[in-house]
Each structure stands twice: as C-alpha cells, then as structure tokens.
Design a protein around this ligand. Structure first.
Ligand code: ATP
Length: 814
C-alpha cells in the first residue's frame, strides 16, 4: 500500500483490537495515530496490518454487490454507516437486508407508496416497498405466483416488514375495497391472540404465518388465505421473567366495559395467576385500552357477530378463572388424590364453560382408564391435577386460535372459480418465528429451529445450488462458489432413517416411552454424527444440535408429553356434555375422533387415543412437519424474494448498532457468500423465446430479422443492442443470463421504446381530417398507449408493427 497521509482511511487487522468494521483515520502525517469511529485511539503494531479502504466502504453503497471491500468488515461497515444515517434498507442484488431502526421513520407514507409504485428494483433507494412492487410486477409480467420469505431473529422486524408489504400491495392493487380492508384488519386480531411481550420483543409473534394474497388478472386483490404454524400454547399458563401472556387478556381486562366484566366476574390483570407468573402485566409503550378498541373494530370488520365475540370473551374469562382455582391434597383408600377448593373462580369457570360443576370437578381430579373389561378411574395428585388443568386450558386456547384463523379465512378467502383458475395469481408473505437459542430450550425450540433449517435450505437451494447447477447445464463458464450447506443437519433432524424427529414420534407412540429412553435412543443412533452433541453424562438430560446458526442445547425433559399433545378423554367427554356451542365447535374434531375411539393406550398421566382404524393420532411434531412440507412445496412453486431482517441491538434502542450481534446474524444467514454469488452470478434468467416476446420492441430487425433468425440469435442481438458492450451477461444453451440491474435496464428501455411508439401512433391518428373521426381516433390513441404500456398479451409481440397498430386496435375502437 502507498504511504499513508493525514485524512486517509484504513482497515486495520483485528490484532490491533480495533472494532470490526470500524474505519480508522490517520490524523497526523508521519506519526501514525489511529482514531476509530467511536473516537477511541489505537496503537499500530504493524504497518503492514493497515490497508487503504475502498471508497465504497467510506460512503456506503445501496447494493452490497458493489462493495469494493468484499469482506465481513466491509459488509458490516456498510450497514453501520447507513444505519447511522437512518438508512435501514440495503440490497444484495434483489435480496433486501433490513436493519430494525427501533424508531418510527417517515418512509412509509402514501407518497412513498406512490413513489415506489411501478418503479423497477434499483431505480430508487432500497426499500421494502420496492420488493413489494417487484413481486407485484413479476407476478403480472411472468404470470407466476410470487413469495417473499421474511426471516430474522425475534425482534428483527419480520412482522413489521410483512405489514408494510401488505400495506403496499393493498395500495397498488388500487381498489380500496372491503376485501383489502378485511385482509389488513385480520392482523390486529391475529396479533391480539398470537403475540405477546417477550424479553426480545414487545410484540413478539408466537406463531408462524403465511399470508397468500390472491390477485385477479387485472391485479386487484380478490382475497387471501392465512396459514398458521405452531402457536406457543405453553405461554397461556406460563411466561418467563419480564414476559407477558398473550395481549388479548390484558386488552380485555383493560378495555372491556365494567358491566361486561362484571358479567364475566373479571377483575384486573394482577388478580390472575396466569397473568402474574412474573408480575409483568403492563408493556411500556403499548396502550392496552386503545389496542382493545382496535381489536373490537377489527372483529366487526371481519364479520364476527356480537354473539361470537361474546362467546370468545367467555372462553377467555373461563381460562383466567381456571388458572385461579386451587387443589388440595387428600388421601383416600391409601391413594394420593386431591380436591378442588371451592371458590367463585371454580364456579365461574363451570358456568362459563357451561358444564356441570360436579363433572368438571371429576374430570379435573380423576383419570379414567380402559382395562380389558371396563373403565376404571384413578385419583390424580395435586401436581397431576394442576398439569391436567393446564393442558385443558392450553387446548382451549390453541383450538380457539385455530378457530379464529379459520373464521378469518372463511371471510377473506374466495375459492377461485374455474374461469379464474388460470388467470389468478398470488403473492405469499412468510413471517415465521426466527431461530431461537435461549438459556433453556425445549421441544418448541427444536420445532422452531427445524423450521428455520428448512427455510435456510430453501434459501441455499435457490441461491446457491440450483443457480450453480444451471450454469453447468447451460455451459456458462463459472467458478464454483463455496457455501455452507445445512442439508447435513436436516438429514439428522428429519431425513435419515432413525432421524431425531422420527425417534421422538416413535417414542411418543410407545406406551412405555419416557424422555430418558428417548434421549438414550437418539444418542445411540446419532453418536457418530457431527451434528449431534451428546449429553455430558448419563444423568444429563440435555443434548445439542449444531444448527446453521450455531449450536443449541435442548433439555429433553417434557419432550414426549409436549409432542403427544394429548388431552385426557375425561376432559374431552366433559366438553361433550357442555352446552357452550363455541366450546364444542372448537373441539369438533376431538369429539369426532373420540366418538370413533374404541381403544385406548395409557401413557404415564394421560390417555392417548387410537381410532378404530388403528391409525395413529398425529403428534404435534408430525402435524408441524406436514404443514412445513406443504409450505415448502408452495414456496417452491413460486418465484421467491428474500428479506433478511437484522436486529441491531438487544435493547430495542434506536441508533445503537452492536457490531458483534449484527456480524453474527450476517454470518449465519450466509450473507458473505450471498454477496459473492450475486456479484459473480446471473440471477435473472429468461428462455430465449420469453426474452424475445418481452423485449422484441428493442430488437433492431435490420440487424437481426426475427422472421429468419432464431430466438437465440434475436435475444443475443437485443442484449448487444441494449446492454453495454463490456457488460457481464451471458447466452447459455436455452436461456439468457442477466444481472439484477440488467433486468431494470431492459424494462426501462422497453418502457421508453413503447412510449415512443405509442406517441408515433398518436401523431398518425391526429392526422385524420374528420373532426368526429379525429376524436374517436384520439380515444383510440389512449387505448393504444395503454395497451402498449401494459403489453402483456403475447400475441401483440408476434404481429408486425403496422398490423398491430391499425388492425386490431382500430377494430377495437370502431
Ligand atoms: N421498519 C420498522 N420501523 C420502525 N420500527 C420497527 C420496524 N421494524 C421493526 N420495528 C420495531 O421493532 C419491533 C419488533 O419488530 P417485529 O415485531 O416486526 O419483529 P419480529 O422479527 O417479527 O419478531 P418476532 O419473531 O419476535 O415476532 C416492532 O414492534 C417495532 O417497534
């Protein structure tokens, strides 16, 4: 490197202790004094450890594939400089990196929506609206379903990004219709029931969701369908320190009218065991009264009737009362049992569930068994009764949530008619729980992290594997880019014979299975695997998995119970006797399968049922895997976009950028490799015919006549004509390979060419003498212009210029 001068910027290697990604300035010539970007001075041990910074790393770039310093430091620094300036969005090709600003920024106004509408990716600064617009544009241009996978840790901004995408799509669809409003208003309801304050996020989604928005041929929103994944049911009964239960409980207790509360015998949040596990009943910055009003209004918009709404409140109140009931230990016939302590809470719970109080008492304190000949019952200990009550509460809440999602779907989902089947397309938004690694990780975390492994594999497949395979197949000269493939982890978790999830399922179906026998089996089967980290000794209940985002240690205690997700048949029979219609409705499928049950297998404390067909009752893990498989199938059929949300600090603070935390997220999301492949690769690919159909208007037919030349020759001619000579595009065996910015360039040039041609037509039409005829022709010109701009009908590309202008369209006008 050249001699350093005052004012130069340099990279310093990490041996100096300079924070990673910091720029360092030489402040005095001769004597090298390094001041980092936090104002700290550093000593230089070796002159050779200094390196001039590339100009792009000083000012930052919109698209990281343009970074001169392609290393982790450069990448991090780019995001840091932009974050400091309040710029939260950055591209990596068409992948959007979004750093959570933790403050309201004035960048989501209707003016911004308008600004980004119909603009190609890269024309304007990076923005979530640009991605939404791109999905919308590509859906219509390519007649293909689109999806956007929004990933990141808890609190990184996935849900906010999803809402912004939805806001944009509702606006550009341009109808301002009732259905759009209903789709948007589904959110406050889902958030009330599925979101909660956690230490990481004051509004953390405790379920995953995929919103598939359906559009008509004209681009108007016709409907949507919401798929939910794995609500965290345990939160209803238990929360960690500084965390709350689901928002809806606090909304209801704060916002309901006094008279209604009285009818449900409800008091304040501090009075309920389920809401005071950690005495955290408020959430700073969240106005529960206002949110309750918003929730009620959303319920009306989604056509929940007054009665349905009241019935929902009744079940929620019953949950709170059940949580406040107490059991007292007793011994009868030398058997440990318990009694319910009479209280208004218990009476109220029975009243709200509309069940006989004695039957409720019996189903909470006893458990029935089927022996060979008869049904016998056994008393439950206080602990068992508490667990059984909690299981009942979780079952009510979980099923109520599913019922609400289904009810919303019944309003916003419009099945496609045969006619619209071919023309209807969709944009799916996936907002799913991020990778989790807590101090205590259990079965839920394993499921969540498994989902993240699947999505990471989808990303790896799409961005690295399929792309590089295609270069080989198409004879594109290509230097292979290495990447971290998480398929090995997925194999151990879910694909190999005797994989961990199948072992959990097997053991869950095995009557004598326990968490200990499960762990022994996992250990035995995966001892040799690099992915599995065995327990430290024979007493240790923890095992580890090397995930793509780092190792996570899981406590196997409770795995089987959680996976079985079984509810005692006594409680199901209790529901059967209830006169509460909603309660019966949400337990509809349990009641149906209970009716078919002729065989029961006893597990430790619960009854697991098998139907007369001896079909296994699906476990939680089994159901989750099935819904994930179907999700991946859906995503595979779409053109995917990716938004990588980054959490800049653990304190939910604006303007605070924790380098280590951000670097970790960038590292495990494979951002470095992604930049490399996006920089070297050609993410935009069209078959020759598709390319020619769309960009025919850019073809100079004097140089290359489409009547005589092949689609390949014409495509090459268009590229040579439109893209700069030195530009890096490629012609393969069957496709044209382009960079993201080429796509924008071609689209802009195409728009321009079409506009020019439309103007020519206008001029020609103006030449007509007859006034009446002239007016008719002018309106024709408007139509012509419109048609040219849209230019979606492939037929138009194939007819010659004069035929196109004067025959079909004049015919249309007359
Ligand atoms: N674009 C944004 N502008 C302003 N604030 C934001 C933005 N994105 C996120 N936030 C803030 O960060 C908080 C957390 O974001 P969000 O709920 O979207 O995270 P998440 O990734 O969905 O987390 P979880 O996985 O826990 O649901 C929001 O409540 C909001 O305060």
């Amino acid at each position: 490197m050249g001699v350093l001068k005052q004012g130069d910027y340099v990279w310093v290697d990490s041996s100096t202790g300079v924070p990673i990604g910091a720029e360092v300035r030489i402040t005095e010539a001769g004597k090298i004094q390094l001041i980092d970007d936090e104002g700290k001075e550093h000593k230089v041990k070796q002159y050779s450890s200094l390196k001039h910074i590339h100009a792009s790393s000083i000012n930052g770039v919109d698209d990281m594939i343009r970074l001169g310093d392609l290393n982790e430091g450069g990448l991090l620094r780019n995001l840091l400089i932009r974050h400091r300036e309040g710029i939260i969005y950055t591209y990596t090709g068409s992948i959007l990196v979004a750093v959570n600003p933790y403050q309201l920024l004035p960048i989501y106004t209707p003016e911004q929506v308008q600004q980004y509408t119909n603009r190609h990716l890269g024309e304007l600064p990076p923005h979530v609206f640009a991605i939404a617009n791109s999905c919308f544009f590509n859906m219509r241009r390519n007649h293909q379903d689109q999806c956007c996978i929004i990933s990141g840790e808890s609190g990184a901004g996935k849900t906010e990004s999803t809402k912004l995408m939805l806001q944009f799509l509702a606006a550009v669809s341009g109808q301002q219709s009732w259905i759009e409003q209903q789709i948007v208003e589904a959110n406050p309801i889902l958030e009330a029931f599925g979101n909660a304050k956690t230490i990481r996020n004051d509004n953390s989604s405790r379920f995953g969701k995929y919103i598939d928005i359906h559009f008509s041929k004209e681009g108007a929103i016709e409907g949507a369908r919401i798929e939910q994944y794995l609500l965290e049911k345990s939160r209803v009964c238990q929360q960690a320190q500084e965390e709350r239960n689901y928002h809806i409980f606090y909304y209801m207790l704060m916002g309901m009218q006094a008279e209604q509360k009285k009818m449900l015998s409800l008091s304040n949040a501090v009075k309920y065991n389920y809401l005071t596990v950690d005495k955290c009943t408020t959430c700073e910055g969240r106005d529960d009264i206002k949110e309750y009003a918003r929730f009620c209004s959303a319920m009306k918009i989604l056509t929940f009737t007054e009665n349905e709404s009241w019935e929902i409140h009744k079940l929620l109140a019953a949950i709170l009362h059940l949580g406040n009931m107490d059991f007292e230990a007793n011994i009868s016939n030398h058997l440990e049992g318990c009694d319910i302590i009479t209280s208004t809470h218990f009476n109220m719970a029975a009243q709200l569930l509309e069940v006989d109080i004695k039957t409720l008492d019996a189903s909470l304190t006893q458990r029935s068994f089927m022996t060979n000949r008869e049904s016998v019952s056994k008393p439950l200990s206080t602990d068992q009764a508490n667990d059984g009550r909690d299981a009942f509460v979780k079952a009510i809440y979980g099923r109520l949530f599913l019922w609400i999602v289904e009810k919303i779907n019944s309003v916003i989902y419009k099945p496609s008619s045969e006619e619209s089947n071919d023309t209807r397309h969709s944009i799916g938004l996936l907002d799913i729980f991020g990778f989790e690694n807590f101090r205590q990780n259990s079965f839920e975390q394993l499921c969540i992290n498994f989902a993240n492994e699947q999505l990471q594999q989808f990303f790896v497949k799409h961005v690295f594997k399929m792309e590089q395979e295609e270069y080989t197949n198409e004879n594109i000269v290509w230097k292979h880019i290495d990447y971290i493939d998480n398929q090995g982890t997925l194999d151990v978790l879910a694909s190999k014979p005797l994989n961990i999830l199948s072992l959990i399922d097997e053991e869950s179906h095995f009557p004598k299975g326990t968490d200990t026998t499960l762990l022994q089996k996992i250990h035995k089967c995966h001892d040799k695997s690099k992915v599995f980290i065995p327990p430290k000794n024979s007493h240790d209940k923890k095992f580890g998995i090397e995930h793509f985002a780092g190792p996570v240690y899981y406590d196997s205690k409770g795995f089987l119970e959680k996976n079985r997700d079984a509810l005692s048949s006594d409680l199901i029979m209790l529901v059967e006797t209830s006169t509460n219609k909603l309660l019966k409705q949400i337990f509809h499928s349990d009641l149906k399968s209970n009716a078919n049950t002729n065989m029961m297998i006893t597990f430790k404390n619960s009854l697991h049922q098998m139907t007369d067909t001896k079909k296994r009752v699906p476990t939680l893990c089994g159901q989750f895997r099935q819904s994930l498989d179907s999700l991946i199938k859906t995503l595979t059929a779409c053109q995917p976009y990716f938004i990588r949300c980054i959490k800049p600090n653990d304190f939910k603070k604006p303007m605070l950028f924790d380098r280590e935390l951000c670097l970790r997220q960038l590292r495990y999301s494979g951002m470095m490799e992604t930049i490399r492949i996006r920089k070297a690769g050609y993410p935009i690919r069209h078959t020759f015919q598709q390319f020619l159909d769309r960009y025919r208007v850019l073809l100079n037919s004097v140089i290359c006549d489409p009547k005589t030349e092949s689609a390949k020759a014409c495509s090459e001619s268009i590229c040579k004509n439109v893209l700069s000579a030195g530009d890096d595009w490629k012609i393969g065996k069957t496709k044209v390979f382009l960079k993201d910015f080429h796509d924008t360039m071609l689209e802009l040039k195409r728009d321009k060419a079409l506009n020019e041609k439309a103007l020519v037509i206008q001029k020609v039409l103006r030449g007509y003498k007859h006034r009446k005829q002239f007016l008719k022709q002018r309106s024709a010109a408007v139509v012509v212009q419109k048609y040219w701009r849209r230019h979606t009908d492939r037929k138009f590309y194939k007819v010659s210029w004069d035929m196109l202008v004067f025959r079909p369209l004049c015919a249309h006008v007359s």
